[in-house]
Design a protein around this ligand. Structure first.
Ligand SMILES: [Zn+2]
Ligand SMILES: [Zn+2]
Length: 213
């Protein structure tokens, strides 16, 4: 599948649009568009490429990865996929937003379809495999496109860093185990698309990420 990155500014979040060029089906992952301008950037891309949004997928339900869910659901009528263990966070999006002073502009979200570890999500003819990577949040997942060699890691793994573990349900030992067993075991050439910051590769992080030594 093809992958396109949108960097939305309020939270410095990477939202990814993944699509199958053959069938034009697409998934929006971690929607962080916040104002009208950011919504329009995504709308334009979808329209220009004649895409159909079939999935909204969240790697986890922290507010920065979830502020655009309401807009997408309303506009494209697509269901939200996320891991059940982050449902408590989805029910607290407004509460999470309080620290940013935007709780009146966001909505709590409910998961339409639970992601299960090892499950393969079909986007048209493309496939994303769900890897459970708890630790940053209990229901964090990574989404792996084996055929095209990339993995979307949310806030579990970044270029040169890993996610924070001081938020509700976070745990450092669990996160390290998730990243080492679930992500670093992927092929070295796999491109890593994190929730914040630049892309990297599994090989690069295995060799030089200071948190994983
Ligand atoms: Zn997060
Ligand atoms: Zn984040």
């Amino acid at each position: 599948m093809k992958i396109v990155k949108f960097a939305f500014s309020l939270f410095g979040i990477n939202t990814y649009l993944v699509y199958d060029p053959a069938t034009k089906k697409c998934a929006v992952i971690d929607p962080g568009m916040f104002d009208r301008e950011e919504e329009e950037a995504m709308e334009r891309f979808i329209e220009r490429n004649s895409l159909e949004v079939t999935h909204i997928i969240d790697t986890h339900l922290h507010v920065d990865h979830a502020v655009g869910i309401g807009f997408l659901k309303q506009k494209y009528k697509a269901p939200l996929f996320a891991h059940k263990d982050d449902e408590f966070l989805g029910e607290r999006i407004r509460q999470q937003a309080q620290m940013f002073g935007i709780s009146n502009k966001v909505e709590d979200v409910s998961i339409d379809s639970y992601l299960t570890p090892g499950e393969v999500i079909k986007i048209g003819e493309g496939e994303l495999k769900v890897i459970h990577v708890p630790g940053h949040s209990p229901g964090s997942v990574a989404l792996y496109d084996e055929k095209d060699g990339f993995v979307i890691t949310g806030d579990a793994l970044f270029a040169g860093s890993i996610g924070r573990t001081d938020l509700p349900g976070g745990d450092m030992t669990t996160l390290l185990k998730s990243v080492k067993n679930g992500l670093l075991t992927l092929p070295s050439s796999t491109i890593v698309y994190p929730g914040h910051g630049p892309a990297t590769t599994i090989g690069q992080e295995r060799a030089s990420n200071p948190y994983l030594a």
